[in-house]
Design a protein around this ligand. Structure first.
Ligand SMILES: N[C@@H](CCC(=O)N[C@@H](CS)C(=O)NCC(=O)O)C(=O)O
Length: 204
């Protein structure tokens, strides 16, 4: 399998799930400023939508959308540790959290806060909305280690990557102690550290 990724982008959630599941993964880095690959190739020929992540399976088929990719990879892990079994109440809950991260966090942060030309009034609206979501996460994580309980799941990989953008964007998390502790807890996981090293964000 090959993952087209950009360091610190949402593709990192897919990278984390693959490593946590122990799946072999080839990496292809994409420069999102130019939409070029490291060999100078045009990323639009790989993904006409231009965004990461894109997962190429061994049969050559290409797939996108973080929410679907992390569930697919988690389901390849025979231990079933990263995603509850399909059809269970627990799976239903995990899917709700993944969708929450996708629509209430990822697509609130992005593209708005990543574009300098975004109007100040929009930035304020976005930050206010994120503050309500962070407060909810903080309350939830005050009583459990991970979103679903005491076990790390694919939902946490996604939540970690997106909420961690706060640090890159200078959004303080001091008011959310449980959420801050959660980010540190996830970042300290050996497989997550491996991902950060592989993406060139942490020294080995
Ligand atoms: N709908 C996609 C969105 C992925 C996405 O927003 N990717 C961002 C990076 S986090 C990106 O590649 N943006 C650059 C672009 O759209 O050209 C998903 O959920 O996977």
């Amino acid at each position: 399998m090959k993952l087209y990724f950009t360091p610190n982008a949402c593709s990192q959630a897919v990278h984390i799930v693959a490593r946590e599941a122990g799946l072999p993964l080839e990496l292809a880095k994409v420069d999102l400023m130019t939409h070029k690959l490291e060999d100078g190739g045009d990323y639009y020929t790989v993904n006409p939508r231009g965004y990461v992540p894109l997962l190429e399976l061994d049969d050559g088929s290409r797939h996108t959308e973080v929410s679907a990719l992390i569930q697919y990879l988690a389901d390849q892990d025979p231990s079933g540790r990263l995603m509850p079994k399909a059809g269970t109440r627990e799976r239903f809950e995990a899917q709700q959290w993944i969708t929450f991260v996708s629509s209430e966090l990822h697509k609130v942060f992005s593209p708005w806060l990543w574009h300098k030309e975004t109007a100040d009034s929009t930035v304020k609206t976005v930050k206010d909305k994120l503050a309500t979501r962070f407060a909810e996460l903080d309350r939830r994580l005050a009583t459990r280690s991970y979103l679903l309980g005491e076990e790390f799941t694919a939902a946490d990989a996604y939540c970690y990557v997106i909420v961690n953008w706060s640090h890159l964007l200078g959004i303080g998390l001091k008011g959310y102690p449980a959420l801050s502790a959660y980010l540190q807890r996830v970042a300290a996981r050996p497989k997550v550290r491996e991902v950060l090293v592989a993406e060139g964000l942490l020294k080995a």
